[in-house]
Design a protein around this ligand. Structure first.
Ligand code: FES
Length: 130
């Protein structure tokens, strides 16, 4: 488990949030296995526990950012402090059809990736109004 944590630390150290573009469990697990080899069945949970700890740390970070946020519309991307109104405006201005396109404009969704589902819903909402 400690070795898995060190692999994740090495993967993320020195990167800024915008370089993460989501933290896929599968990609993180693959990175751990690439570095450490395949885990025996009785140790498979070690990588999962390390990944869950990392995700819990990002949840704590997002919660802290959300508590600091002051805005008139709901906060959608807590990594970068992007509100629903900001995203709706960006979607309408850019015609973005996927979160990645908005990430280039607002940075929303380009950190931990937890907000991407909400961004997709906003994109669909705007498409439905067209
Ligand atoms: S909440 Fe982390 S990238 Fe949006």
């Amino acid at each position: 488990m400690a070795a898995s944590g060190r692999v994740l630390e090495g993967e993320l150290a020195g990167k800024v949030l915008a370089e993460l573009y989501g933290l896929s469990d599968a990609a993180l697990a693959a990175k751990i296995e690439d570095e450490l080899g395949e885990f025996p069945p009785e140790r498979k949970q070690c990588a999962s526990v390390a990944i869950e700890a990392l995700k819990a740390a990002f949840t704590n970070y997002r919660n802290a950012r959300a508590c600091e946020f002051v805005g008139d519309s709901p906060l959608i991307c807590s990594c970068f402090g992007v509100s629903e109104d900001d995203l709706l405006a960006a979607i309408r201005e850019t015609g973005a059809s996927e979160p990645k396109g908005l990430g280039r404009v607002t940075r929303a969704g380009s950190g931990c990736g937890a907000c991407r589902m909400l961004i997709e819903e906003l994109i669909e909402h705007v498409k439905g109004q067209a």
